[in-house]
Design a protein around this ligand. Structure first.
Ligand SMILES: Nc1nc2c(c(=O)[nH]1)N[C@H]1C(S)=C(S)[C@@H](COP(=O)(O)O)O[C@H]1N2
Ligand SMILES: [Mo]
Length: 531
């Protein structure tokens, strides 16, 4: 170095570095504190959660398109990058006027603390990660910009304007040759400690999860077991979705940036609102009740035609109908709002829950306690309705109200209050990347119309005549069904299409419609080359 020109040109970059290090110190501290106050009080997670929930007007369309399929990691990384940019700017501002930089940190801390307070079930301690983070971040900024680690000379410390620029001698003389090394070592140390602290905080928070509590649960045997899966339900073809979806393979959709960790010991389900007899059940109360086990196919309203946001599992639980009968809904209570511990809500017609179908307050999935991501300790599963109006995970309340009085989470965000599943069908094999040889080719897939049942599936090639596929067997009308069709494939490019007819006689419409506001329509098409 020793060249004043180079010093002054690199200094803003060092100042930006100081800002980023200060922000890292703040975030690392916040994550560490959040290990005590709960992962949702982490400012990154809390701010991300507010972003997910608010979906401001210009972003609304985008929000609707990515309904539920938020890339959570991308959101957190995006927030961190934005924060990094802002922090760099703060560093530069602080190098001119420390108070401006510190004020910026106070604003960031305030945003984090406010966001944490808006989360469902927040308590006063949830402001601590953001506030303590801001204190540590502010101290770091001061240390690098005006304190012991200050880089010497900062631009404002350069020789007085009266001194000839070429005669930078005094500044160079006053320059502490160790300051740059001290500064950079300090930055490195702060970034290192902040990273270790942040990772440790995340790790500690993860250890407080409920996996151990979940593993120690013994589920009761059902008084009414699921009917056995008939041998003919599983065609076992490569590429074809299996009739029963594994827990690991089951799609996951929710707005939760961190998976809620609900301790079954303190968990309660309140059934309240417009009922004659409000009830509160503990997890033990729930497990003591007679359980039924049923196969039900769950689908997301955001599932595009041909998409895979659908799965079929064996759910163990208590019929919601029985719980409602005990609570005795009052006249006009036509909506049951399921409310999750994280504040998410869905609204289900009371009549649907009481019409005799196997709507379950589920505690088990495919013979295991519900996986944490799928709603442990308890969730709703309602055959025939999309998940966003029925499948509340981490449920803690069933509130009887009316559709006129309450809009559940997705309704003000542009989705229909009513969400019956639409009849749909999908071609799983062959796929475009397959290049089958000419001759016999098995075309196969799944079709669903939960709670109505599928009567017929038809396939056509190159918009020729519709030809009836063979339906596999199913457990009940509440699950999807596999289908297959033998194709005498000829060389060249071909387009396969599928459509299903449900047991009411209604054939799936070919009109392509978007997933919003109440589920996609249209025929799944697969174009591929033979030979
Ligand atoms: N608490 C909570 N429950 C929720 C959601 C949510 O965002 N939060 N999403 C719903 C939606 S849109 C669907 S499709 C199903 C998905 O359930 P899964 O993740 O177990 O497949 O959960 C429903 N239950
Ligand atoms: Mo969904």
């Amino acid at each position: 170095m020793g060249n004043t020109g180079r010093v002054s040109s690199t200094t803003p970059r060092f100042a930006a570095l100081a800002g980023v290090a200060a922000a890292a110190a703040a975030i690392g501290t916040a994550e560490l504190v959040a290990a005590l106050t709960g992962p949702r009080s982490s400012p990154l997670v809390a701010v991300g959660g507010v972003v997910v929930d608010t979906v401001p007007e210009p972003v609304k369309r985008f929000g609707i398109e990515v309904f539920g399929v938020y890339d959570k990691v991308a959101l957190l990384v995006g927030t961190a990058l934005l924060l990094g940019g802002f922090a760099a700017l703060l560093g530069v501002l602080a190098s001119r006027r420390l108070t401006v930089g510190l004020a910026g940190i106070v604003v960031l801390g305030g945003i984090g603390a406010t966001a944490a307070l808006t989360r469902a079930d927040a308590d006063a301690a949830d402001v601590l990660p953001a506030l303590l983070g801001a204190v540590v971040g502010g101290a770091a900024l001061w240390a690098f910009v005006a304190g012991p680690l200050e880089l010497d000379p900062w631009p404002w410390a350069s020789p007085s304007p009266t001194g000839p620029p070429a005669a930078a001698g005094p500044a160079v003389a006053a320059h502490d040759p160790d300051s740059r090394r001290r500064f950079l070592t300090g930055i490195g140390a702060v970034l290192g400690v902040a990273t270790v602290g942040g990772v440790a905080g995340r790790w500690l928070a993860g250890r407080q999860g409920v996996s151990a509590a979940r593993e120690s649960v013994t589920l009761p045997a059902p008084v009414s077991p699921a009917p056995p899966v008939p041998a003919g339900a599983e065609l076992t073809l490569p590429g074809l979705a299996s009739y029963v979806t594994s827990n690991r393979g089951f799609y996951r959709i929710d707005t939760a940036l961190v998976v809620p960790q609900v301790d079954p010991k303190s968990w309660q389900l309140r059934i309240h609102g417009r009922v004659r007899n409000p009830l509160t059940l503990s997890y033990t109360d729930l497990l003591a009740r007679p359980m039924v086990e049923r196969y039900v196919t769950l689908a997301c309203v955001s599932n595009e035609v041909g998409g895979n946001l659908i799965g079929n599992a064996r759910w163990l639980g208590v019929p919601i109908r029985e719980l409602l009968d005990e609570a005795a809904p009052l006249d006009g209570a036509d909506q049951v709002v399921g409310r999750s511990v994280d504040g998410w809500t869905c609204g289900t017609p009371t009549a649907v829950l009481r019409d005799g179908r196997d709507a379950l307050l589920a505690v088990g999935m495919n013979g295991e306690p519900l996986p944490v991501q799928h709603g442990f300790p308890a969730r709703m599963v309602v055959p025939g309705l999309y998940g966003y109006v029925s499948a509340c995970k981490w449920i803690t309340e069933l509130e009887l109200t009316s559709f006129a009085d309450f809009d559940a989470y997705w309704v003000p965000r542009g989705w229909s209050a009513q969400g019956p599943v639409k009849t749909q069908s999908r071609i799983d094999t062959p796929r475009p990347r397959n290049r089958p040889a000419a001759g016999p080719v098995t075309v196969a897939g799944v079709a669903w119309a939960q709670h109505r049942g599928i009567d017929r599936v038809e396939v056509r090639v190159d918009e020729g005549p519709w030809q009836e596929a063979r339906l596999a067997s199913t457990v009940s009308v509440d699950t999807w069904v596999q289908w297959s069709w033998q194709w005498q494939a000829t060389p060249g490019e071909h387009t396969l299409q599928v459509r299903a007819t449900d047991s009411t006689g209604e054939t799936q419409t070919g009109e392509p419609r978007d997933v919003a506001p109440d589920g996609a329509t249209g025929w799944h098409s697969v174009t591929l080359t033979v030979g």
